[in-house]
Design a protein around this ligand. Sequence first.
Ligand code: HEC
Length: 265
Amino acid sequence: MKKFIIALSALFAAAAMSGTALAAGGHGAVLDEVNINMNDKASLQNGAKLFVNYCLSCHSAQYSRYNRVAEDLDIPLSLLKENLMFTTEKTGDLMKTTMPEDDARRWFGVAPPDLTLVARVRKPNWLYTYMRAFYQDEGSPSGWNNSLFENVAMPHVMYELQGVQRLVGKVEPAQSHAGDAHAAESDGANLIKVVGDAKFELEHPGKLSPQEFDVAMTDLTAFLTYLAEPAQMQRKRIGVFTLAFLIVLMGLSYLLKKEYWRDVH
Ligand code: HEC
C-alpha cells in the first residue's frame, strides 16, 4: 500500500512538472502573466461586454451562440438582448460579425480571423500581452502597431479605454520578468509602462487608468478563454468530484481487502 501511494504521488508530480514545462515553452516571446479566474462570473461578464462592443464588429465567434454564453455566464436574457446583441435579433443565433469578409480583406489586407478558438491557439498570456501592446506608429497603414505582433493589420480598437501609447524602447527579458512587469511608474509627466519586453510611454491617457485597463484586459482574456472551451468550468467541477469519489472508493476497497484477508490469514 505504501509503495503504491509513493508511486502514485511520483506520477502526479511528474505530470505536474511536464505541465509547467509545456506552459513555459512557446514562441520565445516575452509574455506577461494573466491572472484569470474562470469562476469569477462578474469578470467573464465584463469580458463578454468588451468583446461584443469592441471585437464583434470585425471578428466573429461563429462557433458559439448568444444564449449559451448568457446561460453559462448567468446573464439574464433581457440584459443579453439589450446590451450584448448588436448583430442579430435571435438569442439562439451564432455570434457572427456583420462585416463581409471581402470588405474586411479590402480594408485590412487580411480578414480578421474567427476568435472562438483563439485562446487555445495563442494561449491566455499571449492574448493578454497582445491586447496591451498596441502603440501609435505613423509609418503603418492603420497608424497603429503592436510590439508582440509586428506590423499587425488590426488597429488599436480600444485606444479610447487605454489611451495612446508610444514605444520608447525594449527591456531585457530578464528585467521584464523580474518584479512586477505591469508596474506603471511615473517618469516626469508621462507614465512609463512595460508590456512583455516593450517599454511604452502613455501620451494621452484613456478613460481607464493603466491598472484598470489591465483588469479589463484580464476580463477579456478570461472571456476568450471561456469561449475556446465553454464546458471547462463544468469539466473541472466534475473532475474534482470524480477524484474525490475515487479517493473514497480507494479507502473503502482497502478496508474491504483487509476484511477478506482476515479470514485467509
Ligand atoms: C477594425 C477591425 C478589428 C477589430 C474591431 C478587432 N480586430 Fe482583432 N484583428 C483584426 C485584423 C484585421 C486582424 C489580423 C491581423 C493580422 O493578421 O495582421 C486581427 C487579429 C487579431 C488577433 C490575432 C489572431 C491571430 O492569432 O493571429 C487577435 C487575438 C485579435 N485580433 C483579437 C481582437 C479582440 C479581442 C478584439 C476586441 C477587443 C479585436 N481583435 C477587435 C481586426 C480587428
